[in-house]
Design a protein around this ligand. Structure first.
Ligand code: PLP
Length: 384
């Protein structure tokens, strides 16, 4: 392969929000203009319509839109009254928000290891973490399985453990919205699900946003109160401590347009992931999807022998191929979180993965020529 050809080529994007905007043409501009004209910037009609369409899409009875994925997680812990003395089980190999909300309510995050193949919560480690929490005098209350990089966690095993230990299941599908487990979409499992519409997510808005999914009518009325400063029947009566947790109408209008092409985008991501897998399986460990799952490929993440990753990233950067590392430090090793309990064996898989994974460009508009350029650069950098 001729090195200087790719070295001189324009840098590729890691995700391509602009290509999606071009595909939608003026639809988003028109949707935003409609909101600018009706002026119902908070709790406008687009918010109600989006909640209806999101619930239908996910196969949940209710969708409650909110200000971010982090707030979605926090609002659920607040609504359930989780607090001091309670243990909330989180994978260590995740984005910090999963665990961050737990100390917000005064509860204790307890870190759980992940599986080496899917990078998702290890059910055996969850059992070990529950035993650690009980030994420390904590009350096991909630487990937060994360659908890391777009693939649902092993919900069969986690739901069974949660049932046996009377834990609430709060699914964190910030990265996995649109993925399926046993043929059903995320958002339809556990007691409730939180998701994020951060711009880089597979379904992203043009700012911050999130949503909660649940079939529980009573929980919905508490969440709606939490979202509006803990309001009661009267707007200026406060029956609980709440927050400003709403999704702006403009973001809802944008999301409605994007939701209309989301299924097609997920299919394009899946095609790109399959092409990567076929082209790279002999040079690195490519991602594995559980046969019960489909992924939305929030990230396409490969695994390399320890010590190889950073050199690969530097070489690819020179060739205009961006990469990212999710996550360089597992949560139980983060300075702000190292004080909290963990499953008890040092969480060896989370520690190994944090030194070995690297994510390649992935989005619905990755054309074959660009992808071939990435594949060739990776193979060349790895000496293949
Ligand atoms: C696994 C996970 N949980 C929670 C969040 C928080 O979402 P947000 O950035 O919308 O607050 C994110 C995304 O950033 C995430 O990746």
């Amino acid at each position: 392969m001729n090195n200087h050809v790719t070295a001189n080529a324009a840098p590729l994007p890691f995700i391509d929000v602009g290509a999606q905007r071009a595909r939608l043409g003026t639809r988003i501009d028109e949707a935003v203009t409609r909101v600018l004209n009706h002026c119902r910037f908070v709790n406008g009609p687009e918010v109600i319509e989006l909640e209806k369409q999101l619930a239908e899409f996910a196969g949940a009875k209710h969708a409650i839109s909110c200000s971010s994925g982090t707030d979605a997680l926090a609002m659920l812990l607040m609504a359930w009254g989780v607090g001091p003395g309670d243990a909330v089980f989180c994978p260590s190999f995740t984005f910090c928000a999963t665990a961050e909300v737990v100390p917000w309510v005064g509860a204790t995050p307890v870190f759980v290891d992940v599986l080496a193949d899917t990078f998702n919560m290890d059910p055996a480690s969850l059992e070990a973490a529950i035993a650690v929490a009980v030994r420390q005098g904590l009350k096991p209350r909630v487990v937060i399985p994360v659908d890391l990089f777009g693939q649902p966690a092993d919900l069969d095993a986690i739901l069974a453990i949660a049932k046996a230990h009377e834990l609430k299941v709060l699914c964190d599908t910030a990265q996995g919205f649109g993925a399926t487990w046993n043929g059903k979409r995320t958002g339809s499992f556990g007691d409730a699900t939180a998701t994020s519409f951060f711009p880089a997510k597979p379904l992203g808005c043009f700012g911050d946003g999130g949503a909660i999914f649940t079939d529980d009518d009573e929980l919905v009325s508490v969440l709606k109160s939490v979202r509006e400063h803990g309001q009661g029947v009267d707007k200026y009566e406060n029956v609980r401590i709440g927050m400003t947790g709403r999704l702006d109408t403009i973001q809802a209008a944008i999301l409605l347009e994007k939701l209309s092409i989301f299924e097609d985008e997920v299919a394009a991501r899946d095609r790109a992931a399959k092409r990567y897998n076929e082209a790279l399986a002999d040079v690195c460990i490519v991602p594995v999807v559980d046969p019960r799952a489909t992924s939305v490929w929030a990230q396409y993440t490969i695994r390399l022998p320890h010590g190889v990753r950073d050199g690969l990233a530097a070489t690819l950067q020179k060739e205009g191929v961006p990469t990212a590392v999710y996550y360089r430090i597992p949560m139980h090793k983060q300075p702000a979180y190292a004080q909290y309990p963990a499953a008890g064996n040092g969480l060896p898989v989370s520690e190994a993965l944090s030194g070995e994974v690297i994510s390649l460009p992935m989005h619905a508009y990755l054309d074959e020529a660009s992808q071939d350029r990435i594949i060739a650069a990776v193979r060349r950098a790895l000496g293949k």
